[in-house]
Design a protein around this ligand. Structure first.
Ligand code: PMP
Length: 427
């Protein structure tokens, strides 16, 4: 029986923005940004389809263009031997492993790849995941907990920050590459936490600079912390034989606790790895959510990465070529008075324009001259740090690089003369 005093359900007006995606403030903000973009009169530079493999050149809208917009650093994507290995893996294993590796998705090629990566890096073992971003997110998110501290560089990649948030640990950003500031921070607060993770990158993906690894190793030792280095952009591009930032500095790989890298750049594939001591790899293989509750790496991606590591071992000249090209680009750009920020002979070279509109106009002007390079605009970077970001590859020729730097300097001088500071002419 209903009591006569029972209250009728309260009718509360739920605003449309709480259930209609089109009304959500986040979406409206995105639309606002798009409107600002189109008000410049420059066609949208995002999601532009490329019609075939992109190496030194790209095919866009039926037109072959010089390309500096992908991180195919060693030309592995599109390399015939890498493609062949991927095709053979599909024939042998199929297009999917159709299960988590822990249950029945394990294929012989997975262990071949993991052993090869570990040997290449000079560490005990490695584990491969299906994505580079998810490698950071799930590994950091899983190994650390509330009561721990994650100290990461202020320019850390989104995947590192997402992992730190997921972990529930306290998160502190230290000033970019400033090992002394980190040392001071840890001297003050290390004792308040159980585990401390320090995360740095081998090459910073927006600026093309790299940290003083030996100093960070000293700091981690002093404070009994765990050091993780994200080598997304340094593996295959730094060191005499492409073994990354440890080889560049001549430090032993075992001095770093967690090496992270992606398979999507120098390794011409898709996925990520964590490499280090056998205990951490074993633990992750049985417990990391993004590994255990996710399908294993596809056979073709495993095979492409494996073939790429073997090509790097066979042909270290590719590594030398990307290093030569990066230095050439940077030297020429500096000589033309372009602002390349902190870039330091790595394959990431920004040309900082200081505002988003100039970056957009410059990228469009270059596009019209047959050069494809992506603008990086606010909010991806601060407005005064808006830039074009050039990815240099081993596939580029000296001639292409010269032509490009000349075009950048000419177009920038036309759009915003004050940004080209009377650099010396370098032949
Ligand atoms: N770490 C860094 C430093 C990166 O720049 C990226 C992506 N470019 C990733 C991780 C994620 O790698 P992926 O694109 O292979 O998922």
């Amino acid at each position: 029986l209903k009591s006569s005093t029972s209250t009728a359900p309260k009718v509360v007006e739920i605003p449309a923005e709480n259930y209609d995606f089109a009304q959500m403030p986040e979406y409206r903000r995105l639309k606002q940004t798009m409107r600002i973009l189109s008000s410049t009169g420059v066609p949208n530079p995002y999601f532009r389809p490329h019609e075939r493999v992109t190496r030194d050149t790209a095919m866009i809208g039926g037109r072959e263009m010089l390309s500096y917009a992908t991180y195919n650093y060693l030309g592995m994507s599109g390399d015939p031997s890498v493609s062949q290995a991927a095709k053979e893996a599909i024939d042998q294993y199929g297009t999917s492993v159709s299960a988590s590796r822990l249950v029945s998705g394990e294929k012989t090629i997975h262990r071949d790849l993991e052993k090869t990566i570990a040997d290449f890096l000079g560490v005990e073992d490695s584990i491969v995941y299906v994505g580079g971003h998810s490698t950071n997110e799930t590994t950091i998110g899983h190994l650390f907990k509330p009561g721990d501290l994650i100290a990461h560089d202020s320019l850390a990649h989104n995947s590192i920050i997402q992992g730190a948030i997921l972990s529930g640990a306290r998160r502190r950003a230290f000033p970019h590459s400033d090992w002394q500031a980190l040392d001071e921070l840890l001297s003050e607060i290390r004792h308040e936490y159980r585990r401390v993770l320090i995360v740095i990158e081998g090459v910073y993906s927006m600026d093309g600079d790299f940290p003083d690894l030996p100093r960070f190793i000293e700091v981690k030792r002093k404070h009994k912390a765990i050091l993780m280095v994200d080598e997304a952009h340094s593996i295959g591009t730094m060191g005499q034989t492409g073994r990354g930032i440890a080889e560049h500095f001549g430090v032993k790989s075992s001095e770093v606790d967690l090496w992270m890298g992606t398979l999507s750049k120098s390794f011409g594939s898709c996925g990520g790895y964590i490499a280090g001591c056998k205990e951490v790899v074993e633990y992750l293989k049985y417990t990391a959510p993004g590994f255990v509750y996710s399908v294993g790496l596809t056979p073709s991606n495993a095979a492409a990465a494996l073939a790429s590591v073997r090509v790097i071992q066979r042909e270290p000249e590719r590594v030398h070529k990307v290093q030569h090209n990066s230095k050439l680009f940077l030297d020429l750009a500096k000589a033309r008075g372009l602002n390349t920020g902190m870039s330091n002979n790595t394959p990431v070279v920004p040309v900082i324009t200081g505002n988003s509109k100039v970056a957009l106009l410059l990228s469009r002007a270059l596009f019209e001259r047959g050069i494809n390079v992506q603008p990086i605009l606010y909010p991806a970077v601060e407005e005064e740090k808006a830039r074009l970001r050039f990815f240099i590859t081993a596939s580029h020729t000296d001639e292409q690089i010269r032509l490009t730097v000349d075009a950048v300097a000419e177009e920038l001088a036309r759009i915003e003369p004050s940004l080209v500071q009377g650099g010396s002419q370098l032949a």
